[in-house]
Design a protein around this ligand. Sequence first.
Ligand SMILES: [Zn+2]
Length: 290
Amino acid sequence: MQITDHIHALKIPFKLELTPGKTLDRSVYAFLIYGEKICLIDAGVSGSHEMIFNYVRETGRNPAEISNLVITHAHPDHIGGAPAVVKETGCPVAIHADDVPWIQDIDLQYKERPIVNLYSLIPGPTKVDRQLKDGDTVDLGDGKSLNVIHTPGHSKGSISLLYPEDNALISGDAVPIPGAVPIYDDPLVSIQSTRKLMDIKGLDVLLTSWDAPCHGDALYKLMEDATGYFQHIHEVVLKAKADYPSADLDALSTHILEGLGLPENAKVGIVMRTFQGHLNRSEYQDLLKA
Ligand SMILES: [Zn+2]
C-alpha cells in the first residue's frame, strides 16, 4: 500500500518456529521508496522477493529499477529475501557495519542467536557492498536521499532511516510496540536510540517493521510509550529476579511473561535473550533515569 508520496509499505507474513514443529504466525514490513529509481528497505524472509517484485509490477514499475537495498538490521525477517533480490536486480546492499557479520555469515548468526527455523528463513549469506554508519546518507537519485541514524539496542547494528522528502522515519525494529512480545538485546541502549528518534522534529509518519504506519502526533506518543514499556518490562524482570533469586533464565522467563501478561509460548530463545538484556542492566532500577 502507498503510504506517502514516495513510500510504499508491504506487509510480509512468515512463520517463526518456536520449538521443532510448532510455529507462530508473524509478519514484517518491507518498504519501497519510489523515485527516479526504486530503493528497497529490508527484504523479508526467504521467498519474499516474489511478493516484492509482484507489488512493484502491479504499481507499474519494474523490479529491475530497484537500485538500492538498504537493510535496517540483520535479523532473518529483514535479510532472508536479500539473496534473491540481489540475484535478480544486481542492486548493491547497504547495512550498518556492526550487523555485517550476521548477514555475511548465517552460521555465526545461528550460533549467537539461534532460531529454530533460521535456515529456512534465510537461504544464504548476502554480500555487503556498503557498510553504513551514523550520519551517512544514501543517494536515491533525483536529488533525494536517506539519512542513516544508528539506533542500536534491538541489535548492535540496527539503523533507522529518515526520508526528509516525505518527513518519514523508517525505524526497523528499533522502536517496540508497547504490549507486544519484546525482542531486543539491550533495553538501556534501546531507550537511548528511541529518544534519539524522538528528537527528530516535524515527522509526519513513523514506519516500524512491526505494525501499521503511525501518523502525526501519535507517532511521538508511540515512541514515548515505547520508552515506558522498556522500563515496565525492566521492573517486571527485576521483581521476578527478587522473588525467585535462584531461578535460572528459563524459569525466570515464565514468571516474567506472566507478570507482563504475555502468553507462555513467547518463551523462546530470542525473548529470553531480551530478559537477559534486562538482567545485564540490573544495576539500574530506573532505566529512564540511567
Ligand atoms: Zn529484528
